[in-house]
Design a protein around this ligand. Sequence first.
Ligand code: C6P
Length: 407
Amino acid sequence: MDAITLAINTESIRKDFPILRRTINGKQLVYLDSAATSQKPRQVIDAIKSHYENSNANVHRGVHTLSQEATETYEAAHEKCAQFINAGFDEIIFTKNATESINLVAYSLSHSLKKGDEILSTEMEHHSNLVPWQQIALAKGAKIKFAKATEEGLDLEDVKKKITKKTRIVAVTHASNVLGTINPVKEIGELAHSKGAVMLVDGAQSVPHMPVDVKEIGCDFMAFSAHKMLGPDGLGILFGKSELLKNMPPFLFGGDMIREVKLDTTRFNSLPWKFEAGTPNVAGAAGFSAAIDYLASVGMDNIREHEKQLTAYCMKRLGSETDVKIYGPRKRTGLVSFNLGKIHAHDTAALLDQEGIEVRAGHHCAMPLAEKLGITASVRASFYLYNKKQEIDLLASALEKARSVFK
Ligand code: C6P
């Protein structure tokens, strides 16, 4: 196991990430928090800088050269994103983040929701794919149900039982941000469709880490964030099937989402602009294009394979200690949540920070799942294409220090 050959050339990739050169508390930075947000390569930073230095203008509004260039950049990012997940251009809506993408769908679908309709989600959701559904259910008198989750994954029998004729919406995460579980979203989508429900997949933890094809999955909606996939903050993505989006009311109203406005009525713009009100994040889109190019050049299959190897190594290293409790299944995305003996996760994370190792600790915005696991917090180490095996060795050594401090 020690002699693992990683699927990608981490050393050459690391050179593209300026932040990885910095030190924290006098130690070389070990960034193990990419599930919260990824670091950005020079190519992404340069694309954003170049947009502001050379082409900055508003989009879809001006006939002047700068506005046309900005519009091209902005639309090209939609096109690139569409190709990346095998969607159509008019099926890609840019929002602020995955959370806003899910809120958009929840708000827009809530108009057709009636008392007694049902929404199915799961016990392993991030709050972003739980609270919006819970709140529209409350507002509309609909019923929200949750499929059972265990550490091994979703209880599919329970999913089958809970999708009924009354189910209108099924909202499930593709990959858990705490357990790393990869859910059988294609199968769940087929169950949803067999009862006439629509299916939203939260792709925040899958699209950055594995090849994702929305047509192959067959979902109606998918939400994810650019910042978790080498791109900038403040840019979220919603994929929606165009035949559904066409009939859904807009989420936000104002400039750019209109075709014609009279004092008493408005005709809305065509897709995807109908769902993109106001001046968008053009610089973010420039950075996002560069992020997609970067990921595509490394290859999503290679990234998945690389993370699989790192995760297996981490689970083996940490799991060999009797006082480390690892949560979640064997087959998972590139993250490992754990607790070290009786030491509070925040204390462990603070000690790791002393060693320059950045991990997340807490409930990871999935409080119902933490409750289900019988914990209030865990430490989470999460990996990406720039992480290397030696960083897991450093994590293991730093945990050894934590043990001696808290003895
Ligand atoms: N999870 C984490 O550390 P936003 O914040 O909108 O970009 O992404 C929300 C979100 C939705 N679904 C899942 C499965 C997620 O993991 C996240 C973000 C981060 O786990 C920050 S809380």
